[in-house]
Design a protein around this ligand. Structure first.
Ligand code: TNX
Length: 511
């Protein structure tokens, strides 16, 4: 029989191995509560999915993710009257304990019932359901069943409302398909926000119709001198809509007043001296600044932010504000004051890297904390006045930090972040002198000076983004590395089936 291995005939003839149903304890992020029963439910050729009204898009999505590996038709039944005969039911039903993204999942021998207040909750429940099926459910082609789900009940809702990932498309440009692939992977872990770092010294990545050279010239290169690129407004809208179909909000960032060489190179009039610098393809930071004293700077920003606000249904625009080492303190404070107001004029809420907390902030403006120590006087002072924060400590949450000295990609200025390190902090207790109620959640930024392909993105993001997702979603009481690492290990076979190039950390007992 051994000599047959590797031939197509042997692969097809291999009998389906009996396999145990996935235990509820292996879901990432851990649900708020889960009880396992002795019954099992098996997805079969005739299984129908009931999803009417607001639940329909989620029902269609569930069917679309289950069809390839099962080969089943899985019709989505939109007629309310027939629901009782459909084994899988997605229902919108009021439940005050579940909030906007919570859900209840009940599995017994005859049915799988998912209920939530909102479609977003059904969508998060669907991610849990996918993880309760064998890893082969994630294959792109038909696999052997049986497709058995352990019976039981889950009631779940997030600890933090904001659970984000950031992708730097400025240092290296990534096309629409790569962004969509990353969106699909983050959605599995209930990440609900994708922050796109659209502009930096090395590139401007979104067409702005009123200032077209930003993209056509400012987007024409990247770190290392490659061709770069930019999203047309139609492509950006496509990303926004795709993310929305996964209940993920896009947050566009225009980094300023520093990190602006691509813009300054594109339009000479934006420079204080009226001279456009050359395009930049290196990896230094802190050398560029918009001209705070010039009126044209604010006309420029009003046009740019106006166009981006019109393209972006989500409530936020990220104004950057980090590492503005070529802007005086006084100019920086003036600038942040004006830009927040421009964002507000276009109906959006500003987010900025926590450096902005040295300026006077609008009550609605949110800070994103990136430093490596939890104590910061400006942040504490802003928090006293009510500012909320998103946490991305560079030594814990940065996805571009190397795992070990041997990691071939990434940087190490904030330290090495192995799997255990990425999990070993509590977002609710992290920032000194800031109430947990002022922490909106967590975000894992992936800076891309050294990141070039989707596989590179995946290798740096996984397992760490799944770990951060657990810190953001799961209740503090679930926090325990020894139990978590086993749960995380169960994701390994799934990533393999999905073709996700993850870092197989020796700290994790991979299944
Ligand atoms: C710092 S921390 C940056 C980015 C770099 C990153 C590399 C922060 C808000 N900015 O400009 O890409 O380090 O790790």
């Amino acid at each position: 029989a051994l000599t047959m291995l590797g031939t197509a005939a042997a692969a097809q003839a291999a009998p389906a191995k009996p396999r145990a149903a996935v235990p509820y304890a292996s879901v990432v992020p851990a649900p708020a509560s889960a009880t396992q029963a002795n019954s099992t439910f098996t997805l079969a050729g005739g299984t129908r999915i009931a999803a009417s009204g607001q639940a329909t898009p989620v029902g269609n999505y569930l069917a679309s993710v289950l069809r390839p590996a099962t080969g089943f038709a899985l019709p989505v039944d939109q007629s309310r009257v027939a629901h009782a005969v459909d084994p899988i039911q997605l229902l919108i039903a009021p439940n005050s304990s579940l909030g906007d993204e919570g859900y209840q999942l009940t599995v017994n021998s005859g049915s799988v019932v998912l209920t939530a207040n909102k479609p977003a909750g059904l969508f998060e429940g669907v991610q849990t359901l996918r993880q309760l099926l064998p890893a082969s459910i994630d294959a792109a082609t038909k696999q052997a069943g049986p497709w058995t789900i352990q019976g039981g009940a889950i009631s779940d809702h997030p600890r933090f409302a904001y659970r984000g990932a950031m992708l730097d498309v400025a240092r290296h440009f990534f096309g629409v398909d790569t962004v969509k692939a990353y969106i699909d992977e983050m959605a599995r872990y209930k990440i609900n926000t994708l922050h796109l770092h659209l502009t930096d010294d090395q590139g401007w990545r979104l067409m702005i119709n009123s200032w077209p050279k930003l993209a056509t010239y400012g987007g024409s290169t990247e770190v290392g001198g490659g061709a770069g690129g930019y999203y047309t407004q139609a492509q950006y809208k496509d990303i926004v809509a795709y993310a929305a179909s996964r209940y993920i909000t896009i947050i566009p960032e225009v980094d300023m007043p520093g990190h602006t060489n691509a813009a300054l190179a594109s339009y000479a009039e934006l420079n204080c001296n009226g001279v456009a610098p050359p395009l930049y393809t290196g990896t230094d930071v802190g050398f560029s600044s918009l001209c705070v004293a010039k009126d044209i700077t604010y006309k420029f920003l009003d046009d740019v932010i106006g166009e981006i606000a019109a393209l972006t249904p989500g409530p936020y625009i990220h104004i950057g504000g980090d590492e503005s080492q070529s802007t005086t303190d006084a100019d920086y404070k003036t600038f942040v004051g004006k830009v927040q107001q421009i964002v507000a004029n276009h109906g959006k809420t500003a987010i900025g890297w926590h450096d902005i907390s040295k300026a006077a902030l609008l009550p609605s403006t949110i800070g994103q904390y990136w430093d490596t120590t939890p104590t910061n006087a400006n942040v504490q002072a802003a928090a006293k006045k009510g500012t909320h924060f998103i946490l991305s400590p560079a030594n814990l949450a940065y996805l571009d930090m190397k795992y070990t000295e041997q990691t071939p990609l990434g940087q190490d200025w904030a330290g090495l972040i192995e799997a255990k390190t990425a999990y070993s902090w509590d977002p609710g207790k992290y920032l000194t002198g800031v109430n947990a109620s002022q922490i909106n959640g967590v975000e894992g930024p992936l800076w891309t000076e050294t990141i070039v392909t989707l596989a590179n993105i995946q290798y740096m993001a996984f397992p760490r983004l799944a770990e951060l997702a657990e810190l953001g979603w799961s209740q503090a009481a679930t926090h325990n590395w020894n139990t978590f690492k086993t749960r995380l290990g169960a994701q390994g076979p799934r990533w393999k089936v999905q073709g996700v190039d993850f870092y197989a950390s020796p700290q994790v007992p991979w299944a």
